[in-house]
Design a protein around this ligand. Sequence first.
Ligand code: 5GP
Length: 194
Amino acid sequence: MKLLQDRIRQDGEALSSHVLKVDSFLNHQVDSALTMAIGQAFAAEFGAERVTKVLTIEASGIHFALATAVALGVPFIYAKKKKAITLTEDLYSVPVHSFTRGETFNVSVSKRYLSATDRVLIVDDFLATGDALLGLREIVTQSGAHLVGLGAVVEKSFQEGRSKLEATGVRIHSLARIKSMSPDHIEFIEETAA
Ligand code: 5GP
C-alpha cells in the first residue's frame, strides 16, 4: 500500500534495526483517514471470502479491526489480554508473548462471540515474531471457526513471523513489508500487485 509506505518513510522512526516507532500516525496518535484506507485495503483483499467477524488483539489492533469491519459490514472482536472481571462466561484462551513488552499475557475471547459457523479475518498492527497472530489463530482453532486470512498493517519481513504463519497454510496479506531498516533508511519489499 503505497500511501502507507510513503507515510512510514516520512514519519516512521526506526529506533534500531528491529523496532519501528509509528506512534505519531498508527498506534498512539492515529491518522483516522489513513486508518480507514487501511480498512478498505483489507476489505478489498478479503472481501470475497464471506467474512463474518474480524478479530484482533487489544490495544493497538483495535482501530484497524474497526476500519476493516466497517468496510466489510461485519462486527469485530478484540481479544483481551488478561481475564477481566466482567468476563465471567466461558473463554477461548491462549498465552501470548509480547515482543515489545517482554511479558506473557493470557489472551482470551468469550465463547459467546466466536463459533464454528464464523468465517474470521484476523487483523493486527504488526507482524514481527508472529506470536500475537499465532495466538489469535489458536483462538480461532479453539472456536472451530474458519480462518479466512491474516492482515498485518506493517510486516517486519526480516523477523520470523511470516514464515511461522505461512507454515500453518494461512493466507497472509501485509500492507507494508519492511525488508530492512536502520535509523536513517527503511527498505520495503515492493508489492507486485496494486
Ligand atoms: P509479534 O512479535 O507477536 O508478531 O508482535 C506483537 C506485537 O508487538 C504487535 O502487535 C505490535 O503491537 C508490537 N510490535 C512488534 N514489533 C513492533 C515494532 O517494531 N514497533 C511497534 N510499534 N510495535 C511492534
